[in-house]
Ligand binder design. Structure first.
Ligand code: HEM
Length: 424
């Protein structure tokens, strides 16, 4: 059931301001109610449709008439290359899963999907536990930490580097490049462009090196880059550029998202003491069911991906009664859809035990998050260990003092200062 948009009593909220970055949910509630498919000018100057209702969002995410290929974008700024849409200017690392459509998408996704099945990812659990232990040991004695920089940020970068097969002596370079990307807010300019260039150079060189020493038969637990090289050498039509782009998107899609799952998730728990105590008690009793539903709920309630990545209409279509013209960019606002009261009971309430929770935090359709099993593993391991090892973990500042990144796609905290009783 969806209702007709209602004439607004209050004026349209301003989007993309500092207040909006801190708490976008009131503005999303207004849009869902009064302008559920709303054309707006983004900070980059590009005009795009924002889709905010759950039913429309779910439909749009799976609509084959909405292409992921930025070549379908029809805007004057496109010609000038100033849109800020990743992939419009540089082809090199950008022919990756999130910028392509079938049949290329189907072919490339098939090559990596085996590495991300829940079973394969479960084999990786001891490594994620080890990383978590080492990182917590790094700050536990201090009694205080910035959980973004000392925990949420390094955990996924080392995890993905390990999975890809980046040698441990090079992983700190990745940490630096990833740091540059995240500091500059995810846009394609400045530090981001530099770090993307360095990553590309490194990945191509690593592919060359691994190819030179690849054993004839795959060893058990072979790393992902070696698997990709094997696929390209066995006539699966994977070019070297595609292999580098694949490694890059795995890093890029799996990194800042997971940082923010851990950051936003911890913040939500620390500001909802009843829910947090419930989870702590369940974990103390060895019950992990609440951890599993809880991480899903944290994704729904304040997920890392505020807007799904770009889509472009390839033909005229209608979403939620609104006509969309070919070439128009469409942004599906996952954060708004996941608080839609038409779909979720008490949508603005954090309920870690929520069962009916088909949230869109990982997207939907053929681009559904490939790394979801890994993200779940990392999120569950990180939050469970924080809460059990540092039982009196608390915010070291008032919530109002925290700063949120104002990036377009991602939602996350710049820092998360916490205090706790030091653990020797
Ligand atoms: C796609 C969310 C972690 C790899 C997506 C999409 C979302 C998403 C919403 C779809 C975007 C769209 O349709 O425009 C998340 C969240 C994560 C997370 C919330 C963490 C909590 C990861 C991890 C990896 C990963 C750890 C891998 C290491 C990917 C890839 C795609 C993707 C490769 C593109 C899939 C395709 O186009 O077929 N993710 N992600 N993600 N994600 Fe994740």
């Amino acid at each position: 059931m969806t209702s007709e948009p209602r004439p607004p009593a209050d004026p349209a909220p301003e989007l993309f301001t500092w207040e909006f970055a801190t708490d976008p949910y009131p503005a999303y509630a207004w849009l869902r109610e009064h302008a559920p498919v709303h054309r707006t000018e983004l900070p980059s100057g590009v005009r795009a449709w924002l889709v905010t209702r759950y039913a429309d969002a779910r439909q749009a995410l799976a609509d084959p008439r909405l292409s992921k290929n930025p070549a379908h974008h029809d805007e004057p700024a496109h010609a000038k290359g100033k849109t800020g849409i990743p992939g419009e200017r540089k082809a090199e690392l950008m022919t990756h899963l999130l910028n392509i459509d079938p049949p290329d998408h189907t072919r490339l996704r098939r090559l990596v999907s085996k590495a991300f099945t829940p079973r394969r990812v479960a084999e990786f659990a001891p490594r994620v536990q080890q990383l978590t232990d080492d990182l917590i040991a790094g700050f536990a004695r201090k009694g205080s930490a910035d959980l973004i920089h000392e925990f949420a940020f390094p955990l996924p970068i080392y995890a993905i580097c390990d999975m890809l097969g980046v040698p441990s002596e090079d992983q700190d370079d990745f940490r630096d490049w990833a740091g540059m990307m995240i500091r500059h807010g995810g846009g394609p300019r400045g530090g981001v462009a530099r770090s993307v260039k360095m990553m590309r150079g490194y990945l191509l060189e690593l592919i060359h090196r691994k190819r030179a020493s690849l054993p004839a038969e795959p060893a058990p637990g072979e790393d992902l880059i070696s698997g990709l090289i094997r696929a390209s050498d066995h006539g699966e039509h994977l070019t070297e550029n595609e292999a580098a782009a694949m490694a890059f998107i795995l890093l890029f899609a799996g990194f800042e998202t997971t940082v923010n799952l851990i950051g936003n998730g911890t913040y939500a728990l620390l500001t909802h003491p009843e829910q947090r105590t419930r989870l702590q008690q369940a974990l103390a009793g060895g019950d992990h069911a609440l951890l599993e539903t809880g991480v899903e709920e944290l994704l729904r309630y304040d997920g890392p991906v505020e807007l799904a990545t770009w889509r472009f209409a390839t033909q005229p279509l209608t979403i939620g009664g609104q006509d969309i013209a070919p070439g128009d960019p469409v942004l599906v606002v996952l954060a708004a859809a996941d608080r839609d009261p038409q779909r979720f009971a008490d949508a603005d309430t954090l309920d870690l035990a929520r069962r009916d929770n088909q949230h869109l935090g990982y997207g939907h359709g053929i681009h559904y998050c490939l790394g979801a099993p890994l993200a779940r593993l990392e999120g569950q391991t990180a939050l469970a260990n924080l809460l059990t090892r540092l039982p009196d973990l608390r915010l070291a500042v008032e919530p109002g003092e925290l700063r949120w990144r104002g990036g377009l796609i991602m939602r996350g905290l710049r820092t998360l200062p916490v205090e706790f009783t030091p653990v020797p």
